[in-house]
Design a protein around this ligand. Sequence first.
Ligand SMILES: [Cu+2]
Length: 117
Amino acid sequence: MTFDRRFLLLMLAPVLLAACGDDDTDDVAEAEPGPTVTMEQSRYAPDTVEIAPGTEVTFENLDPFAHTVTSAEGSTIEFDSGELGQDETYVQTFDEAGTYGYFCEIHPTMRAEIVVG
Ligand SMILES: [Cu+2]
């Protein structure tokens, strides 16, 4: 029993130390909440959104059928919401400057872009 308890403390020590850590030492920047792009009548609106690096974009499907938010071919970052039903949302953070095209896998003519700069 004594051995088990000591072993458990050893296992927990890094967790306990981490819990005491200061949040300021976290080198990953917090994403800033940003604009919402809706999917309505099989269109992304607005179809171009300009944001600063490190901004979160929320995508919300208002149609009564599924859409996806999927990074375009050749995009420098890949993302994919999977199928979003009505009123479902997907959040993607864009950290690096650039233009990020995306489309709906179910309706490939639905296309739009996020401009990060
Ligand atoms: Cu769609």
